[in-house]
Design a protein around this ligand. Structure first.
Ligand SMILES: [Zn+2]
Length: 458
């Protein structure tokens, strides 16, 4: 089944064909590690996790790199504000990022390059750019000379002349053109810095992705991904740097951009006070519900986050897990890989149409409920796996608490007491126990196979 992907560079959907099918290369711009990331920053990692898993089903080897930006002025500011060394900030939030992404069911990348571990490659790339006339040194800075690269603006559809005319920011006096961007800048003694031919300093942001891509994936890669907010200037600058440093070779053959997240229709921003951190959301809601919500819209469209949308995602998962719980006695052959349902795969191959894939998953759940069998159950589980959903035991799903911690042992003890009370026809005691469970947020359901319980999630 061929994969088609929308390429932001050509602005159309194209059949995907890697340069070397035995080594597919994907790069995603990762976080700047100075704080917990907000939920909008998890959308790219989730949707491109689905893409990488899809590619892995189609190609024998995929190398997926997602970087860590661990040198940045925001990190410096955070370190100064908190009075701690920079490394303490970056290591703490790198670890938090890895944990939060894992909780969202995102597989770790094959390579997780850190900017500070690639200063040598960054300096070498800047030197090449200077030698080839694409960069210049001015007042201890090195700048990329945008006028030296005729194709600048092709990705974002911007015209260089318009960019220059439209530049409103106060232009640094050492720049030849207002659109020229920093490759290297000087550091004061308090700031992190490295020795370079231009004095002690640190890299600009854009150059790190160009250097790390070349170091780990090669000069031409198959897919470069990121949020649409990075398209300009970050990705435009990456293209300029990499293409000019590599003698005009194509940098990334496909550019994929995910849309932005809004919160109840408004932009998420610090000034509006509506920034939701993944780290906090994970404490409040079932993790799969957050993942499902991020996959609910098509990745290129904006997506709205709201409490109602979370409740809806939980309710959808409740429905699917209810089917799996009903099918609890049906054994699926665990020695075989789970099947990849064809129609669901077709939806993902069609420019990662996750809304359609989720609709197919609902149909698989209906089929499994109507015709319980090892095959229909395996199809439901297999479909869930392609999206990173239905990854837990159905009983565990219903018993997991969110927001409050329900003590499962305590629930079991109370249920045992209730069984004993009912057996002794002490219905007042049995009702009192039920009320106690209700107060704990636990719902119980008496059935032929005994009493089942679940925790209210919203
Ligand atoms: Zn980047």
């Amino acid at each position: 089944m061929p994969i088609s992907l929308y390429n932001s560079l050509s602005r159309r959907i194209e059949p995907f064909a890697p340069l070397d099918p035995s080594r597919v290369t994907v790069y995603l711009c990762g976080p700047t590690v100075y704080n917990y990331v907000h939920i909008g920053n998890a959308r790219g990692p989730v949707v491109f996790d689905v893409l990488v898993k899809l590619l892995r089903r189609h190609y024998p080897k995929v190398i997926y790199a997602r970087n860590i930006t661990d040198v940045d002025d925001k990190i410096n500011t955070a370190a100064i504000e908190q009075g701690v060394p920079i490394g303490q900030i970056t290591s703490r939030f790198t670890q938090a990022y890895r944990e939060d992404m894992a909780e969202l069911g995102i597989a770790p990348p094959d390579v997780e390059p850190h900017a500070t571990a690639h200063i040598g490659q960054i300096i070498a790339m800047i030197q090449t750019l200077i030698q080839s006339g694409h960069a210049y040194e001015a007042e201890s800075h090195v700048l990329f000379d945008v006028a030296s690269y005729a194709a600048y603006g092709a990705l974002s559809g911007r015209d260089t002349d318009e960019l220059i005319a439209g530049a409103r920011v106060e232009v640094a006096p050492y720049k030849k053109n207002p659109t020229d961007f920093v490759l290297w800048k000087p550091s004061t003694p308090e700031l992190p810095g490295w020795d370079s031919p231009w004095g002690r300093g640190r890299p600009g942001w854009h150059i790190e992705c160009s250097a790390m891509t070349a170091a780990h994936l090669g000069e031409t890669i198959d897919i470069h991904a990121g949020g649409v907010d990075l398209q300009f200037p970050h990705h435009e600058n990456e293209i300029a740097q990499s293409t000019c440093a590599h003698g005009g070779k194509v940098f990334a053959r496909w550019w994929l951009h995910n849309g932005m997240l809004t919160f109840e229709g408004r932009k998420m921003s610090k000034s509006l006070g509506n920034v939701l951190h993944v780290h906090e959301l994970l404490k409040q809601h079932p993790h799969e519900a957050l993942r499902l919500l991020l996959l609910r819209g098509h990745y290129r469209q904006p997506l709205d986050w709201s409490d109602a949308a979370i409740a809806q995602a939980i309710s959808t998962l409740d429905g699917w897990y209810r089917v799996l719980r009903e099918l609890g006695d049906i054994a699926v052959d665990v020695t075989q890989p789970l099947p990849v349902p064809e129609r669901l795969e077709a939806a993902l191959c069609d420019d990662m149409n996750t809304p359609q894939a989720l609709a197919e998953l609902s149909l698989l759940a209906d089929a499994a409920r109507q015709t319980p069998s090892p095959a229909t159950k395996a199809a439901l589980l297999g479909g869930g796996a392609t999206l990173g959903l239905l990854q837990q035991d159905a009983e565990a799903w219903f018993k997991q608490a969110s927001g409050s911690d329900v003590d499962a042992q305590r629930v079991e003890t109370l249920l045992e007491e209730r069984r004993a009370a009912r057996a002794a026809r002490d219905f007042a005691r049995a009702d009192a126990i039920r009320n106690e469970l209700t107060a704990m947020g636990v719902a119980i359901e008496d059935g032929t196979q005994g009493t089942r319980w679940s925790v209210a999630k919203h």
